[in-house]
Write a protein that binds this ligand. Sequence first.
Ligand code: FMN
Length: 160
Amino acid sequence: MDAALKKQALRLFTYGLYVATAGRGEEVTAGTINWVSQASFQPPLVMAAIKSDSHLHAVIEAAGTFALNVLGADQKPIASDFFRPSQREGSTINGHAFETGPVTGSPLLTELPAWVECRVVGSVKQGDHSVYVAEVVEAGLRSDGAKALDMWNTGWFYGG
Ligand SMILES: Cc1cc2nc3c(=O)[nH]c(=O)nc-3n(C[C@H](O)[C@H](O)[C@H](O)COP(=O)(O)O)c2cc1C
């Protein structure tokens, strides 16, 4: 395989951007991710690939649940704030307010337009990321008509 062509081909994949959050109490954590998709209508399943050596991975493993907070089209600066390690201060993570998810207890970022709470139903641990398959057990919309942040428009790449 030509590694450069493989990279170019994979970089044409399209993605949204999400802040994945997990844990509760003092153990909350958050990270911006893009390797996410819906995976079933019934039951409603999503899948997310999480870097095996990340703190986010460790917290999801322990909790068995997580939330996906959908970033709005104008929220690139917020996405950037969750590339760095999570610091919780009161009811904020990395300076952004959260509330506790009603079903899983995962943090829900109140500035972001939509969220889903997820319960892990399976995982595939191959390579440097684990792929979690998780059932959507609760969902919320804070801003009707919001547009989602498109990875392509950020100029960022992850993978390839
Ligand atoms: C553009 C971009 C996209 C990313 N996408 C993912 C992803 O899909 N999955 C993932 O596990 N990490 C992804 N990361 C890395 C996470 O943001 C990082 O691992 C996260 O902040 C958790 O780190 P920590 O829990 O070890 O502090 C991405 C980073 C960047 C810069």
